[in-house]
Design a binder for this molecule. Structure first.
Ligand SMILES: [Zn+2]
Length: 244
């Protein structure tokens, strides 16, 4: 007899396997990130199919086979239909899923991260974009991703240190991915981090605000930022993950 395991989770990636199978990655409350094979799931008849689509939030049941986990049941809680009906939201969901998939080890439960990730999917689904012009919409979706990303890093223990130069506590506005925070001009000359980025006050303020503010309040703030994309892409390069 196989033991049946239950979990609630969000499907964050899927890969086709063989004729009709799928390799599904689910971020769950109980097991953290977990890989599960959906046998024959791509067949039209499969009862599991509609509740295990990408970004579905479902109650799942699986067994542990000799070589891999096998999905045996899945019941939909929320399909986040508003995310799927907006290309901008969908693209943020893909970015979030990619972070979860790339930085998390398999089967390491993290309740704080689960609560935050689940909340983020609901917030993204509910995010009101209909009254916004194109630029404002883009800006809001950027802010959404920035908040998610920095909070995610904070929960994993990689919060950037923005309180003055990390090496000598002097006033600083250069971000060094290698040092994990701000450095001053003198230290910049000494350590020569090829990925360093000079930041404006608005960039620093935005990064600091992630720790201080709730997600909802952060999205309402009028930040003036320029280099956040660069900070994130350079910082993610130096962090231990499967991304780089
Ligand atoms: Zn310094």
């Amino acid at each position: 007899m196989f033991i049946r395991y239950r979990a609630e989770g969000i499907f964050i990636s899927k890969l086709k396997r063989f004729e009709a199978d799928e390799y599904l990655t689910v971020f769950t409350k109980e097991f953290g990130k977990i890989g599960i094979t959906g046998k024959s799931i791509r067949k039209i008849k499969s009862k599991l199919r509609s509740s295990s689509e990408l970004f579905c939030y479902s109650d799942i049941e699986f067994i542990r086979g000799r070589h891999y986990n096998i999905l045996t049941d899945s019941e939909l809680r929320d399909d986040f239909s508003e995310i799927k009906s907006d290309l901008g939201k969908l693209s943020v969901a893909f970015q979030i899923a990619r972070l979860l998939d790339s930085f998390l080890a398999e089967e390491e439960e993290d309740e704080r991260l689960w609560i935050f990730a689940r909340k983020s999917f609901f917030l993204l689904d509910d995010l009101s974009l209909s009254n916004l012009g194109n630029n404002d919409k883009k800006r809001l979706l950027h802010l959404f991703y920035y908040y998610f990303c920095f909070k995610f890093l904070e929960i994993l223990g990689y919060k950037p240190d923005m309180g003055g130069c990390v090496l000598d506590k002097k006033e600083a506005s250069i971000f060094s991915p290698r040092e994990g925070g701000l450095i001053c001009k003198n230290c910049s000359l000494k350590i020569r981090d090829p990925l360093e980025i000079s930041l404006e006050e608005g960039d620093i303020n935005l990064i600091e605000s992630v720790s201080k503010m709730e997600f909802e309040n952060f999205l309402e703030k009028d930040f003036h930022f320029e280099k956040i994309d660069e900070v994130l892409s350079n910082y993610l390069i130096v962090l231990p993950s499967r991304l780089s």
